[in-house]
Design a protein around this ligand. Structure first.
Ligand code: C2E
Ligand code: CA
Ligand code: CA
Length: 745
């Protein structure tokens, strides 16, 4: 190999190109020539010197060994269009090694490879050609100019195709990721803002545009105007305003037209995209300075179809959340939301210092309800809410905690017995009635230590109860001495522990029925703790204690064992199709042995995993999502079913909900309870709709009345559980019940 064979040009060329700036020049096709014989390099350059393909000339890069080639390939990546690769260089298969490393280790798919060898007799095996995706194979003697040109043109064509396929694949990946990102947003506003931002990034534009939705799809809006739900860029400040407030005739008319025609509008300098998912419509206006290409339009269609589903879920979720945190009568925050507000106060930020929480309980409210009727009762409550709002608004936070109990959070200056008593001096108007009202007040000064909202509420309740018993004053501040709870708790835990060890706990079963056929399809196992007076201590009382003390891990394992065993007994009586639902608490998930315990119990009782359903509450998921999500996935893989319990009360985030491998949503009984003749039950309805959208089976809890069952059935709810069908019962009774009701077992 004689370096003098290089002409000067080529030397300069090489040293230039070998620098750090090896990059595609968009006006050229990059061709890498790999050969240890420099004559081949110059012959190739000569032969292809003036070739122009698709308006682009060729630019040559040169390597003289496999090693050197690999170095250049890893630097240049997919900007190399073609590699003309000698097989035999420093070793007999140095070229093949380059091909292998580049395809499998560097993962480079786009550059085309043309193999060349000096020995006519030698041809690589077919398998090699397939494995390394080699375009062509030529012996060096075949390297006439015309043959080389034909090969190069064909290879450039396929390089171009592969490149564009890969590019749109990247686009699709981006779409999937951005659709998933949007699911993380739980508010419609964020979601809509996200849609604009994601679309802009897909198209490589600056975010700027408006998302609009038809009214009627927004809670509490009865007119049919078009509102701006989300926006980015210059229009961001118009969120929640009417579309007309933009004062932009073009946007207004094209958004309206888009919603009317129900289709995308692509114009030269802007686009309006139409979003629809079973009735929830939106139009996305995009200020695009250029026309959107066909490829990008297709990408947008894909994006929009995945986003529509998300839009609807987020929308339903949002509605549910709003409804679940607001009192239906006064529109004040309800108990759940008030607890959230207290959580914030209890988080002990300095701004909350010296805050006071007060509960206001209207005296003798039940008498008003009974004597004057529920409608007057409701009007009275509204009047109280109104006075609280008009007198204290902007200085305090308000909520309705129970039927006749209001909550106030604010600085001591406003929230003190004096100002609260003043509120009740003048009588309240309720329709034609003018009623004087009395009230009791339980107050808590927020201590400068971190505490939960629930705890603050509990303290104010203790104070309120004491105030109600007072004969001379109507208020009371909470004092820690008021709590005798702790000793009571310890006693209970001790008793529970010894009763469990003495095998005194029982497991009862409540049938679950198919709402259409009313046949029993399964049952829920519920713990019972007999008390010394012949009754039972409510699980609502002792389960929290068992969780707090860690006893729930052993008790829970026993519940699983017992329920599996009884399920196999049921099978011997011919009831082999029934499902058993078992409640699981958070401490069980934290137990490292939990997953194995579940599997072993199921296997050792010879039960099909799919017959066992684990019930978890939403709050559990929020507690430690990672642990729960992972454990559930593993158990789900094993075959067990998963139900989310008390759905609608905890409000985990949409994204966690979607990460969970769920089978069933249990509509909490408080929502089923709202179903009374002639009234719609908005939350129950929304939950069933959401469940259907997410592809989950829904079951209504606490169904006590026939009309509740038929209402739920009409909504499309699948199953039910409640006193109407059967109360929880010991195993022997369950067996008798099944034999009586399920003749066709
Ligand atoms: P849950 O899981 O929501 O169970 C349903 C509760 O509703 C049961 O109360 C049941 O007796 C009651 N119920 C069923 N139908 C009706 C109805 O038509 N009307 C009314 N008003 N109530 C109805 P229970 O048995 O007192 O259990 C209370 C809670 O204790 C359960 O709520 C569950 O969270 C917990 N629990 C019970 N057993 C276990 C257990 O083995 N492990 C764990 N971790 N928790 C349990
Ligand atoms: Ca349950
Ligand atoms: Ca429940």
């Amino acid at each position: 190999m004689n370096p003098l064979n290089y002409d000067n040009d080529e030397l300069i060329f090489l040293s230039e190109e070998k620098g750090s700036e090896i990059k595609t020049t968009s006006g050229f096709w990059n061709i890498l020539v790999v050969d240890d014989d420099e004559e081949i390099h110059s012959v190739t350059r000569l032969a292809l010197a003036d070739l122009v393909v698709n308006d682009k000339g060729l630019k040559f890069f040169h390597a003289y060994s496999g090693e050197e080639a690999l170095k250049m390939i890893s630097e240049m990546g997919s900007s190399i269009a073609i590699i003309l690769l000698d097989v035999v260089m420093e070793t007999d298969d140095a070229g093949l090694r380059v091909a292998r490393i580049m395809r499998s280790e560097l993962g480079l798919e786009e550059p085309r490879i043309i193999l060349r060898t000096g020995q006519p007799g030698y041809a690589p095996e077919e398998q090699v050609i397939k494995d390394y995706d080699i375009n062509d194979y030529k012996t060096k003697t075949e390297l006439t100019r015309s043959k080389l040109v034909t090969t190069i043109i064909a290879s450039l064509r396929s390089y171009q195709q592969i490149l564009s396929i890969n590019q749109s694949r990247i686009g699709l990946q981006k779409i999937i990721i951005s659709a998933a990102n949007l699911m993380e947003e739980h508010s419609v506003k964020n979601f809509c803002e996200g849609v604009v931002t994601q679309i802009s990034s897909l198209l490589g534009l600056e975010a700027g545009g408006v998302v609009c939705a038809r009214a009627g799809s927004v809670l509490d809006r009865e007119d049919d105007g078009v509102y701006i739900l989300g926006a980015a860029g210059e229009f961001a400040s118009y969120i929640n305003e009417r579309l007309e407030s933009l004062h932009n005739a073009k946007i207004v008319s094209f958004v309206n037209r888009c919603l009317l025609l129900k289709q995308h509008i692509f114009e030269f300098d802007f686009s309006v995209l139409y979003l629809n998912s079973s009735g929830y419509e939106a139009a996305v206006f995009l200020q695009v300075g250029k026309e959107i290409s066909t490829v990008n339009r297709q990408l947008l269609e894909v994006f929009l179809s995945s986003v529509s589903v998300g839009y609807e879920n987020v929308y339903l979720f949002h509605q549910l959340r709003t409804a679940a945190f607001r009192d239906w009568l006064t529109k004040l925050p309800n108990r759940s939301e008030f607890i959230n507000m207290l959580d914030e106060v209890g988080a002990c930020k300095t701004e909350h210092k010296e805050q006071v929480v007060a509960l206001i309980d209207i005296s003798h409210f039940a008498d008003i309800n009974d004597g004057l009727g529920q409608d007057v009762g409701n009007t009275v409550l509204l009047a109280v809410a109104q006075r609280l709002e008009s007198t204290l608004k902007e200085k305090v936070k308000l909520g309705r905690i129970g039927s006749d109990v209001f909550g106030v959070i604010g600085p001591e200056f406003f929230v003190n017995p004096g100002t609260l008593q003043e509120l009740f001096i003048s009588p309240f108007k309720a329709g034609e009635h003018t009623l004087p009202l009395g009230a009791s007040f339980g107050l808590v000064r927020i201590a400068n230590k971190v505490q939960t909202g629930i705890n603050i509420l509990k303290q104010s309740n203790i104070a309120l109860n004491k105030a109600k018993k007072n004969s001379n004053t109507n208020f009371e501040y909470y004092e820690p001495e008021m709590e005798e709870q702790t000793t009571w708790r310890l006693d209970m835990i001790r008793q529970l522990s010894s009763d469990f060890a003495a095998r005194k706990l029982q497991l009862w079963y409540q049938p679950q029925v198919d709402l259409v056929t009313e046949q029993v399809v399964g049952m829920e196992a519920l713990l019972r703790w007999p008390s010394s007076n012949g009754g039972f201590i409510s699980p609502e009382v002792f389960i929290p204690l068992a969780e707090y003390s860690g006893l729930i891990i052993d008790i829970g394992a026993w519940v699983l064992e017992e329920s599996c065993q009884q399920l196999s007994v049921l099978a011997t009586h011919g009831f082999d199709q029934l499902r058993m639902a078992v409640n699981i608490s958070m401490p069980q998930f934290r137990d490292p042995a939990f997953i194995d315990t579940v599997k072993n119990v199921i296997l050792s009782n010879g039960i099909l995993p799919e017959k066992i359903e684990l019930e978890i509450t939403e709050s559990i998921v929020m507690d430690e999502p990672q642990i729960v999500v992972q454990a559930l996935h593993e158990l789900k893989e094993f075959g067990v079913k998963v139900a989310i319990d008390d759905f609608g009360t905890g409000f985990s985030s949409m994204s966690y909900l979607q990460q969970l491998p769920l089978d069933r949503l249990k509509v909490d009984r408080s929502f089923v309870n709202e179903i009374t003749p002639g009234k719609s039950a908005f939350i129950a309805e929304t939950i069933v709709t959401l469940g259907n959208k997410l592809g989950l089976i829904t079951i209504a809890e606490g169904v006590e009345k026939r009309e509740q069952a038929s209402y739920m059935l009409k909504l499309g709810c699948d199953e039910a559980q409640g006193y109407l069908f059967a109360k929880p019962m010991p195993f022997e009774q369950l067996l008798a019940f099944l034999i009586e009701h399920q003749a066709s077992a």
